[in-house]
Design a protein around this ligand. Structure first.
Ligand code: HEC
Ligand code: HEC
Ligand code: HEC
Ligand code: HEC
Ligand code: HEC
Ligand code: HEC
Ligand code: HEC
Ligand code: HEC
Ligand code: HEC
Ligand code: HEC
Length: 335
């Protein structure tokens, strides 16, 4: 653990140093050193001075990991500055509290530019999990680190989240996803067995949709290893993308399926026999089959009654190993 943190930390230092050396200063640094920056001549005054006016903040901040490290075990001058490690040097603010340009604030009302706010955090937290933050969808949509994190008090058990948990924090903005997880079948996120962060890296990723793996399937395999195979008989759409048949968040059909069965299968396997046997025909059937045809809307639309292959639960009555089969005689996924 300690070694990892150290490595990450050293790497961020190295990156910061390289940025300065090669003139690749990030936006925040450019604005901070720009001519006319009201904070250019400010000095560090120390936590005690801040606490004279911000006593409540000072005491709430005391419950955080930052306070513990910065106060008890600072590793450099920036950390030693405690409050000012994030808010910037405060000597000018302490004597002129009205001018909003004299201290870095993280609230909308205070109005400090987002890039400058994030730059303060990234001084210590670039690289690692945030390697892909620049250019990520959250960064380009101008999210601030403090849209998800509140380092001023301990609201969550871990991670200094703004709400009591990760999922709740995400759902303050992602209402549609919140609704998806309320559907009949869903990943056990509302139950608290997993969070949005098990699948997404909110700081950015090398794949689309902020996924934590290189592809959808690689993501799913991390928890559903048995679906990885290899199988003697592969079902092509499974190998291509799990989302051919499943929603990732929730569905009103069973098992997160994108369609109720058998329509899920007949969406790809034609009912006329070009890719699959004819499952809809004009034969007369027993009550069970008629019931299927009349209780679902698509039966009518197709204008046919199902053959006996549609009786019973579904195609999987016979094709049960739908994710792939290792049986020598499993070419049709029947075992
Ligand atoms: C002399 C009293 C005083 C001192 C000393 C002082 N502040 Fe302030 N600070 C204020 C006042 C007053 C405001 C304005 C509050 C408001 O308008 O909501 C303020 C505002 C702020 C804000 C912006 C709050 C927001 O709405 O986002 C931050 C951040 C802040 N101070 C941090 C500090 C830090 C860090 C220090 C120590 C370097 C410090 N202050 C020292 C009085 C003080
Ligand atoms: C790790 C970075 C960090 C440190 C260290 C830090 N702050 Fe903050 N501070 C923030 C962020 C981020 C916010 C915005 C919180 C939010 O979302 O409301 C904030 C908000 C504030 C505010 C506005 C009021 C509020 O609670 O929203 C004040 C005042 C303030 N900080 C003062 C201080 C003082 C005093 C210290 C030292 C005792 C300190 N801060 C240490 C990051 C920091
Ligand atoms: C001066 C360096 C520094 C700055 C600036 C800084 N941090 Fe940190 N942060 C740390 C250190 C040190 C830790 C302790 C964990 C560790 O040892 O790596 C930490 C821990 C964290 C954690 C994990 C806390 C936990 O309880 O799990 C979060 C989240 C975090 N910081 C977010 C932020 C945000 C957001 C900002 C900007 C508002 C910020 N930090 C600014 C150095 C910094
Ligand atoms: C969209 C929400 C979101 C945004 C924006 C965000 N984070 Fe996070 N961050 C998280 C979540 C979720 C975690 C995981 C917390 C946990 O595991 O308990 C986390 C964890 C962290 C950690 C602790 C784990 C680690 O990587 O060391 C740090 C530090 C951190 N974030 C810094 C930042 C910084 C700096 C920014 C801004 C550049 C930022 N975060 C922006 C959601 C966010
Ligand atoms: C402050 C609001 C806010 C919060 C909090 C937030 N997001 Fe987002 N998120 C956005 C915006 C804005 C977008 C881009 C527009 C869109 O696609 O809705 C976005 C996009 C996304 C995307 C889509 C990426 C893509 O490529 O289309 C994912 C995935 C995502 N967020 C996950 C999360 C997770 C996980 C969390 C919690 C850790 C979170 N968000 C917290 C505002 C937020
Ligand atoms: C089981 C893994 C998993 C969990 C848990 C999860 N997601 Fe997703 N999420 C995905 C996948 C996979 C996609 C789709 C990627 C694609 O379209 O290629 C996705 C897509 C998204 C998108 C892009 C828009 C969309 O719906 O396609 C957003 C936004 C998003 N997720 C937010 C969230 C939020 C917020 C949470 C927590 C409430 C969450 N996700 C939990 C796997 C997950
Ligand atoms: C972080 C671990 C994790 C990841 C990643 C993950 N799952 Fe799951 N999945 C679970 C857990 C836990 C359950 C619930 C199992 C239970 O309740 O018995 C589950 C359940 C399911 C179910 C059954 C739902 C039901 O109603 O019975 C399906 C289908 C599923 N996952 C598909 C996927 C797909 C597709 C992906 C990739 C987009 C994926 N999972 C990624 C952990 C994960
Ligand atoms: C061709 C459609 C299809 C594709 C593609 C597909 N699945 Fe499924 N999956 C199903 C069906 C149908 C069920 C319901 C099985 C049942 O009820 O017996 C199911 C059930 C599941 C379940 C819950 C029951 C179980 O078998 O554990 C998980 C987990 C699951 N799928 C994961 C995945 C993953 C991971 C992928 C991608 C590697 C994937 N599925 C791709 C059709 C598909
Ligand atoms: C997204 C499209 C898609 C869906 C949905 C789908 N399949 Fe397939 N299926 C395919 C493709 C493509 C093949 C490979 C065809 C080939 O190799 O000629 C295949 C092959 C098969 C085979 C073996 C055929 C052969 O010739 O070896 C069976 C059996 C099968 N699927 C049954 C099902 C069942 C049952 C369902 C519903 C649970 C289903 N499929 C859902 C696309 C799909
Ligand atoms: C009563 C058992 C049964 C049911 C129900 C059933 N099948 Fe089949 N299916 C078979 C058998 C046996 C074969 C292999 C024999 C053959 O080649 O005709 C087969 C072959 C297939 C093939 C391979 C192509 C072909 O013509 O050989 C596909 C695709 C297929 N079934 C799809 C489906 C779909 C989609 C459903 C549901 C709509 C379904 N099956 C329902 C027994 C069944």
């Amino acid at each position: 653990m300690a070694t990892n943190h150290t490595v990450t930390f050293l790497r961020s230092c190295a990156l910061a140093a390289a940025a300065l050396l090669f003139g690749l200063a990030p936006a925040h640094a450019a604005s901070a050193s720009a001519e006319g920056d009201p904070m250019a001549n400010a000095r560090i005054v120390g936590e005690k001075r801040c606490g004279e006016c911000h006593d409540t903040e000072k005491s709430l901040f005391g419950h955080t990991q930052h306070a513990k490290v910065f106060r008890e075990n600072p590793r450099n001058e920036t950390e030693k500055a405690v409050c000012e490690a994030c808010h910037g040097p405060g000597s000018l603010h302490a004597v002129d509290t009205k001018d909003k340009n004299k201290i870095i604030g993280f609230s909308k009302e205070w109005g400090t530019a987002i890039e400058r706010q994030n730059g303060q955090c990234l001084n210590c937290h670039s690289g690692g999990q945030r390697l892909h933050w620049p250019g990520s969808i959250h960064a380009t949509n101008k999210l601030a680190c403090s849209d998800c994190h509140n380092p001023m008090a301990r609201f969550s058990a871990n991670g200094l989240m703004k709400k009591a948990g990760i999922t709740e924090t995400c759902q303050t903005c992602h209402q549609q996803q919140r609704a998806e997880f309320r559907k009949k079948s869903h990943m056990p996120v509302p139950e608290g067995k997993m969070t949005c962060e098990d699948c997404h890296n909110p700081h950015g990723s090398s794949s689309k949709r902020l996924l934590k793996a290189d592809s959808v399937n690689e993501l799913c395999y991390t928890c559903h290893m048995e679906k990885r195979g290899p199988f003697l008989w592969e079902h092509a759409p499974v190998r291509e993308n799990c989302l051919n048949c499943h929603y990732a968040h929730g569905s009103n059909a069973d098992k997160l399926l994108v369609q109720t069965r058998p329509f899920l299968c007949s969406g790809c396997h034609s009912t006329t026999g070009t890719m699959g046997h004819a499952v809809w025909g004009n034969n007369t059937l027993g009550n069970t089959a008629s019931a299927i045809a009349t209780t679902n809307q698509m039966g009518g639309a197709l204008g046919n009654l199902p053959t006996k292959r549609m009786t019973g639960r579904s195609c999987q009555e016979c094709h049960s190993a739908i994710h792939g089969s290792n049986s020598p005689s499993g070419a049709r996924f029947q075992r």
